[in-house]
Design a protein. Sequence first.
Length: 209
Amino acid sequence: MQNHSKYKNVLLSIAYFPPIIYFSKLIKYENIFLEKYENYKKQSYRNRCVIYGANGLQTLSIPVKKISGKKIKITDVEIDYTNDWQKNHFRSIDSAYRSSPFYEFYIDAFKIFFSKKYKYLFDMNLEIIRTVISEIEETKNINFTKKFVFNTDLDDFREAIHPKNKIHNVPDFYINEYTQVFSEKFGFKENLSILDLLFNEGTTTVDFF
């Protein structure tokens, strides 16, 4: 049994179907703060997630409207629907996980994110995070930053949780291997989207944090 008493306040950036390490922090900590005043950063979990398909790892990225030459606040980033990325993402997720043990149990809760046209990336991602929290039957009070600061008294994982960073360098994170749909073919893949853990482990998801 882990001692969670030291896990008081955590600061996270918004993310699209966040990785397992993200939820490990979100579940452990008592007070969750999401960054609303940072500038949008490309090639991060803010608009992408990684799933495990028949051909190995697959990155799903949400296209966003570009404002050339300008920095843009994360809450002002608009989703680009020029191409039907929603259809493509859902097809990829369905192909990857429809044979997993808990796919049919959870997928209906997430279908709205592949049909509803959210204007802002932040708003959609926030609803995704809240939906996952609800589906794993946790209760979390989500707070938001009031301004941007580089140095904070909160446990800050805004930049540490990033596709290019090794998760072993992030404090207090370890996950036991679990059975994945294609693990016999490619082996166990760690720290994928929370969807991977949820569809494969279902009601025991929280036990991995």
